[in-house]
Design a binder for this molecule. Structure first.
Ligand SMILES: [Zn+2]
Length: 150
């Protein structure tokens, strides 16, 4: 997959957000999960070919993240229907000192920068043969804790 909406340090992808409605969770329908990943894969293809993330996407609630990750002609992440970021929240985000925003973003995320993306540690351990396949709640519970502190 592409570099957007993939493997953030909070473990979220747009098809798999632990805090958003309609996200799949452990015990849910396998067909629903496959549907979500299929849509996610097609959105990556659209982004690669057209150069714009199609439809709604979720963003970490921080202006530095939005400025770095959301293109002006994409739907705004604030939730106002059909609003484009460039004419919705971006002008306000641009009023901030970007260096102060960057420092604040990293301080809120354990010193990690916006490009420090990696799957959750239990997943990395499993893929590397250093651990058992974790239960989804073992992966997502710490993520919920991180998200709840924001
Ligand atoms: Zn907005």
């Amino acid at each position: 997959m592409g570099d957007r909406h993939t493997n953030f340090f909070d473990g979220s992808i747009c098809a798999f957000s632990p805090t958003e409605d309609d996200a799949w969770s452990e015990g849910g329908s396998l067909a629903t999960l496959i549907d979500l990943y299929s849509v996610w894969a097609m959105r990556h293809l659209h982004n690669e070919v057209i150069g714009r993330w199609p439809g709604k996407h979720y963003a970490l609630p921080h202006p530095y993240y939005r400025l770095a990750e959301v293109k002006p002609d994409e739907l705004c992440t604030c939730g106002i229907p059909f609003a484009r970021y460039g004419s919705c929240c971006r002008p306000n985000d641009l009023k901030h000192d970007v260096f102060k925003l960057k420092a604040d973003f990293e301080a809120r995320n354990g010193g990690r920068g916006i490009r420090d993306r990696a799957p959750p540690a239990p997943i990395v351990d499993f893929v590397g043969g250093r651990g058992e396949l974790p239960k989804m709640r073992e992966v997502h519970e710490p993520l919920r804790e991180i998200l709840s502190k924001r």
